[in-house]
Design a protein around this ligand. Structure first.
Ligand SMILES: Nc1ncnc2c1ncn2[C@@H]1O[C@H](COP(=O)(O)OP(=O)(O)O)[C@@H](O)[C@H]1O
Ligand SMILES: O=C(O)C1=C[C@@H](OP(=O)(O)O)[C@@H](O)[C@H](O)C1
Ligand SMILES: [Mg+2]
Length: 160
């Protein structure tokens, strides 16, 4: 969460002349409500099931950049599925930088439950420890500091 998937996938798609799909936006359209509203009405387990259906049932154009939610790679067989169906990229940032960005972001992320400051940094440190083994399965890894479209293009065109 907060590493820049949505922001930079949109920019990369524009540069490449590809389509752009943010799976969280696709989910919100399908649910007819925001992710935060869905979480509070139906809970995380229901969200993860729907997220999985949307990942696998979306009709992807041939040339597309897709941003997922930060939890998606860590559930079911999603990393394996994405690695088999496209090129995957992990944008890596420290918990402190992620926390700063998330505190300034307008998007409500229910997993964070309004945490701020040191509590937020500690929470992200724990979440990343749980999740990073999934993210590291991505084909390419980039440092999220000094991000640019050129840096992303370089990463996806590199051997690994
Ligand atoms: N390279 C960057 N430098 C500073 N802020 C950034 C950068 N990339 C994204 N942001 C900001 O960080 C926040 C999270 O970005 P977002 O694209 O929503 O991340 P994600 O989809 O991974 O959760 C947003 O407020 C966005 O404007
Ligand atoms: O990490 C997570 O569990 C989540 C990340 C969010 O997406 P971003 O990574 O785009 O914020 C969104 O899918 C949902 O709030 C849950
Ligand atoms: Mg996003």
């Amino acid at each position: 969460m907060g590493c820049g998937k949505t922001t930079w996938s949109r920019k990369l798609a524009a540069k490449l002349g590809y389509e752009f799909i943010d799976l969280d936006h696709a989910l919100e359209e399908q649910m007819g409500m925001s992710i935060a509203e869905y979480f509070s009405s139906f809970g995380e387990d229901a969200f993860r099931k729907l997220e999985s259906d949307v990942l696998k049932q979306t009709k992807y154009p041939e040339n597309v950049v897709v941003s997922t939610g930060g939890g998606l790679p860590c559930f079911f067989d999603h990393m394996e599925w994405m690695n088999s169906n496209g090129k995957t990229l992990y944008i890596k940032l420290s918990p402190k930088t992620l926390a700063d960005r998330l505190e300034n972001s307008k998007t409500i992320r229910p997993v964070l439950q309004g945490k701020k400051g040191d509590e937020l940094v500690e929470f992200i440190t724990g979440k990343l420890a749980e999740r990073e083994s999934f993210y590291l399965q991505a084909h390419h890894h980039v440092d999220g500091i000094d991000m640019s479209v050129e840096k992303l293009e370089g990463a996806i065109n590199s051997a690994g």
